[in-house]
Design a protein around this ligand. Structure first.
Ligand code: GDP
Ligand code: MG
Length: 441
């Protein structure tokens, strides 16, 4: 997606005469890209109308950077669309909160419940989990397993078949035990069946949740809007969590879920593991969706700098989001090859301003060389892992000694690595590696 939008904007270079038609053509191309990314057609249409109102043709004609103006307008508008205000309720420590999770079967409710509880537990809360899914065989076992692993108290039953009864009992029990956050996991069905909605309505009436969270699988694509709307019509959805953002989903469905529920996305799930859970932030998400300051430019550069036979390989590595120290090393190497401070490095998100301040290109090259010397003292295992924890204090001291640098510098290198790796994983998550490889001519 980022690539197609970049292309659309590139077509409109600064010599293009900007008239109504040129703007429409450019927006149409952006719209096509958004549609491919599962953004709902109606939302795109609204956005186009708004952007035409925002973007002032005269301003464009006056020789300002047209691409920037349009890109900024699209960015702002998408941010606005993803920003419907605060969730209907935010748990507070003083009073016990009941939070109910709803969503289709397989959307990730049970997994996400535990992640959510774990996230609060880490902050010192006392969460507890209630399994009100009596529909799916093994549902209670699954919750029990997750909860046990996370050391979170849970409630459920193998015998009782009435989910409402279990939910009420569980909530009461945990209220008595002074838990401050009680999370109710509900069942789902494959489809939006009447029986599911009736059960959900009864559960909501009986447990009176302070917050209902709608959990949606990011890969459902264009179906997102109707699905979210169907849930919102039955229960008072007040927040959304999007799961499986680690897959190849393009993420556009998030906009639909927000529009349909008029509720914000509060977290995203980025893997099956408990810690693969992030607070949702609108602006980085939209940047990723649009491919701004991201790999799309970098990939063009890779084409120019990285030897042909290594290109696809590097793109594959990057798209997996496993940004290892070795990949960073190779990037530094390429950057240095490019002469006075590689443009490539300046395109790595989160890298440019600090490492290569304007006018200090020579010092930056020296710094990169020092970083590489330190990496030369690392083991293969360390270079090929994407887990910076491998390099503990004693390893840092060893690396410093081995490379003749200071421990402080090794520490700095690891900070740089973590920051870049984080940027890369954010960006690569929403990308289809196939698209990336195809973007080579
Ligand atoms: P439920 O039916 O809504 O309760 O969904 P589950 O919590 O049982 O999840 C269904 C499947 O999706 C399980 O295999 C989970 O491990 C998986 N899953 C849930 N969240 C994520 C996520 O963020 N990323 C990935 N890759 N898998 C997830
Ligand atoms: Mg479940």
């Amino acid at each position: 997606l980022g690539g197609s939008i970049t292309r659309a904007l590139h077509k409109m270079n600064n010599t293009t005469v900007i008239d109504e038609k040129a703007l429409t053509d450019c927006l149409n191309e952006i719209n096509r890209a958004l549609l491919q990314s599962d953004v709902r057609f109606e939302l795109i249409r609204d956005m186009q109308i708004n952007i035409k109102n925002i973007v002032n043709l005269e301003q464009l004609a006056a020789g300002h950077n047209k691409r920037k103006i349009i890109q900024q307008a699209v960015f702002d508008e998408l941010c606005r669309m993803l920003n419907p205000g605060k969730p209907s309720f935010v748990p507070k420590r003083e009073k016990t909160s009941v939070v109910m999770f709803v969503g289709l079967q397989g959307s990730g409710k049970t997994t996400t419940c535990t992640k959510y509880a774990h996230c609060y537990q880490k902050k010192g809360w006392k969460p507890a989990l209630v399994c009100a899914d009596t529909f799916r065989a093994g549902a209670f076992d699954q919750l029990k397993q997750n909860a046990t692993k996370a050391k979170i108290p849970f409630y459920g039953s193998y015998m009782e078949s009435d989910p409402v009864k279990i939910a009420v009992e569980g909530v009461e029990r945990f209220k008595e035990e002074d838990h401050d956050l009680i999370i109710v996991d509900t069942s789902g069905r494959h489809k939006q069946e009447a029986s599911l909605f009736e059960e959900m309505r009864q559960l909501s009436e009986a447990t009176k949740p302070d917050l209902v969270i709608f959990v949606m699988d990011s890969s459902i694509g264009q179906a997102a809007f109707n699905q979210a709307q169907a849930f919102k019509q039955i229960v008072a959805v007040g927040a959304v969590i999007i799961t499986k953002m680690d897959g190849h989903a393009k993420g556009g469905g998030s906009l639909s879920a927000v529009a349909a529920t008029k509720s914000p996305v509060i977290f995203i799930g980025t893997g099956e593991h408990m810690d693969q859970f992030e607070v949702f932030e609108v602006q980085p998400f939209v940047s990723r969706l649009l491919g701004m300051g991201d790999l799309s430019g970098l990939i063009d550069k890779i084409h120019g700098v990285v030897p042909m036979d290594q290109q696809a390989d590097l793109v594959q590595k990057l798209s997996k989001g496993n940004f290892t120290l070795r990949i960073m090393y190779e990037q530094f190497q390429n950057a240095l090859k490019m002469g006075p401070m590689g443009e490539l490095v300046s395109m790595i998100p989160g890298f440019s301003s600090e490492l290569i301040p304007q006018g200090h290109e020579n010092e930056s090259s020296a710094k990169l060389k020092h970083y590489m010397t330190m990496m030369d003292s690392m083991t293969n295992e360390e270079l090929d892992s994407s887990n910076p924890k491998l390099i503990n204090e004693s390893r840092m001291m060893r690396i410093a000694r081995g490379s003749g640098r200071l421990v402080r510098e090794v520490l700095e290198l690891m900070e740089v690595y973590k920051r870049i790796a984080k940027e890369f994983s954010k960006i690569s998550r929403c990308r289809n590696p196939q698209d990336m490889v195809k973007s080579f001519p």
